[in-house]
Design a protein around this ligand. Structure first.
Ligand code: HAS
Length: 555
């Protein structure tokens, strides 16, 4: 079973990183566009891509949706199974992987033929081929099957171990999967009930406002579905990699319990500009958004505490001088710490976005892609890149090829993303829109008149820096994967950390915090109730006023 499980995890991870590789190659085209250089008009790209929007759709779907979902599904099945030492039904697990891959291949056809150029948000009335929506639905359904399998295994473990505290890695994984189940409901209803019948021509039209609302029901918590698997690494594995211990198991559990309850009822912060939604509800979603930032602030505290603990244990001194004593030669640790550093800015920007008073300044401008490249592009992606440096040797028994190149690749990635964020936030504040071919000659004059030479140059340069980072990273990854097996894979163990403040084995001995956060199913129920309370009054009038708007095509 273990060999099969490792192969499955490898299959998920390799599929994810293949998707990212294609998506990342399209990235510099976007960055150059915001640098005022339109490479989409070059003969080669004209032959390959239907338009800027097709390139942008592929970039967003592959990086944000496909890469994340495949990596996370493998990662968050593998970790709890190893943590609990249970035997999953491997046939079912492989079936799920194959279903997800079938969904991906199905959705890929219209994406590649320019029949689903609807961007990764697929807002109606922009209309794509039904094949795209069906493929996407199958992919999401497969992720829910993984969720079901993990929750099932955890419940079986609980039955077999009454009175025991769920081990912390499993706790974090199950909480994330349960959050995703509540979160995915919006997207499932949008795609299955609204978009698929509409794109098949079975309904007269679709209501864009209702569809967007259901989309953001899932669309905001999906960012925590991308972030929390990285947090699992920051909490459970990074401390050991840095030579130290997790700060507090209780605090870790509290953070994940809060994410489970508060991640979903916040989606209206993406819709402040939408008409026909009462301001009261927008403001309520805003306050709940501020609340869901709290577990990230707890994480910032815990992560910094465990890094400081590690560095001081190795002779680190001074208020911030201890930082030098972290093992900066370790590419896996470095990737994750750099991901955290960038996330300080990404998180702060998120709080600006969420503030209803600031939102009109930044909404739909280049600021927003600036924000999400130092969240999903680093906190998530750079962390997963760092994880791969130990996960691949652990799964395969192969040694990491060229650790120095691996180290260089993560510094290049971090630098590229920080430059991109700087250039894009700057341009956004000046009013440059997002999702637009700003380098097209018709609009060029407007942006030239804005004297944005420096931020444009920074953005264009970031695309090149990220391109180099990707070449370095993939050279290491493919060389490692294609090398020969030299070790027993278990010689590279999962770097599970001990905790300074552990939870204890039994619920009877555990602290009140650990005991109260243990019932994850009850917390899921609370999350559902909260979602119904804050979405019910928003969605009910939309249903009563359902509008049939015909589809439009962008390409
Ligand atoms: Fe966001 C838009 C608000 C987090 C991703 N976001 C987006 C979009 C994406 C995205 C993809 O309220 C674009 C969607 C689209 O296409 O339209 N976001 C937030 C808020 C947070 C947040 C409040 N976002 C994320 C994360 C993402 C992500 C995480 C991906 C993984 N976002 C928004 C809003 C919009 C938005 C509005 C809509 C904008 C609009 O107008 O359209 C919060 O969760 C952030 C909390 C985070 C923190 C930071 C904690 C810091 C940590 C690091 C500590 C560092 C250490 C390092 C310890 C408070 C944990 C120590 C260093 C040493 C060297 C020792």
């Amino acid at each position: 079973t273990l060999t099969s499980l490792k192969k499955l995890t490898q299959a998920y991870a390799v599929t994810a990183f293949l998707a990212l590789m294609i998506g990342v190659l399209l990235g510099p085209l976007q960055a150059l566009n915001y640098g005022g250089i339109n490479v989409y008009d070059s003969p080669l790209l004209k032959a390959l891509l239907g338009s800027y929007y097709q390139g942008l759709t592929l970039h967003g779907v592959l990086n944000a949706l496909v890469f994340t979902q495949f990596f996370i599904s493998g990662w968050m099945l593998y970790l709890p199974v190893r943590d609990l030492n249970v035997r999953p039904n491997m046939r079912f697990a492989w079936f799920t992987y194959l279903t997800m891959t079938a969904g991906l291949l199905t959705a890929a056809v219209p994406l590649l033929t320019n029949d689903a150029t609807v961007l990764y948000t697929f807002y109606p009335p922009l209309e794509g081929s039904p094949v795209f929506y069906i493929g996407a639905a199958v992919m999401v359904a497969a992720s829910l099957l993984v969720a079901g399998q993990v929750v099932w295994l955890w419940l079986a473990w609980k039955r077999a171990h009454p009175g025991r505290v769920t081990p912390v890695v499993t706790y974090m994984s199950v909480a994330t999967w349960l959050m995703w189940v509540v979160a995915a409901l919006g997207l499932v209803v949008e795609v299955v009930v609204l978009l698929i019948p509409w794109s098949l021509g079975l309904t007269r039209g679709v209501d864009p406002l209702l569809a967007r609302t259901l989309f953001w029901w899932t669309g905001h918590p999906i960012v925590y579905f991308w972030l929390l698997p990285a947090y699992i690494s920051w909490y459970a594995f990074l401390p050991r990699q840095a030579g130290g211990r997790m700060a507090s198991e209780g605090l870790t559990r509290l953070a994940f319990a809060m994410f489970l309850v508060f991640s979903v009822p916040v989606g209206l912060h993406h819709q402040y500009a939408d008409p026909n939604v009462q301001n009261t509800w927008k403001v309520i979603h805003m306050f709940l958004t501020f609340l869901v930032a709290v577990p990230s602030l707890l994480t910032a505290f815990s992560a910094a505490a465990s890094l400081e603990d590690a560095a001081r244990a190795h002779g680190g001194r001074g208020l911030i001088g201890w930082v030098r004593r972290l093992p900066w030669g370790n590419a896996s640790m470095t990737a994750q710490v750099l991901a955290m550093v960038s996330f300080i800015f990404g998180g702060a920007g998120g709080i600006v976005n969420a503030s209803i008073a600031f939102s009109p300044v930044v909404h739909n401008t280049a600021w927003i892609p600036g924000h999400f490249h130092i969240t999903v592009g680093t906190a998530t992606t750079l962390t997963f890149m760092g994880v791969m440096f130990w996960l691949v040797p652990h799964l395969t028994g192969k040694r990491l090829a060229s650790p120095r190149v691996a180290l260089a690749s993560v510094w290049w990635w971090f630098t590229g993303m920080m430059l991109l964020a700087l250039g894009m936030h700057w341009q956004g504040l000046a009013g440059v829109p997002r999702r637009a071919l700003v380098s097209a000659s018709a609009q060029q004059g407007v942006y030239d008149a804005m004297h944005l030479g420096l931020p444009k140059a920074i953005t264009a340069a970031s695309g090149i820096v990220l391109f180099v980072a990707a070449i370095l990273f993939y050279a290491v990854l493919w060389r490692t994967l294609l090398s020969r097996r030299v070790d027993d894979p278990e010689r590279t163990p999962i770097p599970t950390s001990e905790a300074i403040s552990a939870a204890g084995e039994t619920l009877a001995d555990a602290s009140p915090l650990v005991r109260r956060t243990e019932p994850l199913l009850a917390l899921t129920f609370a999350a559902l109730v909260l979602v119904i309370l804050v979405y019910g009054p928003v969605i009910a009038p939309m249903l009563a006023n359902y509008q049939f708007i015909p589809g439009q095509r962008l390409w």
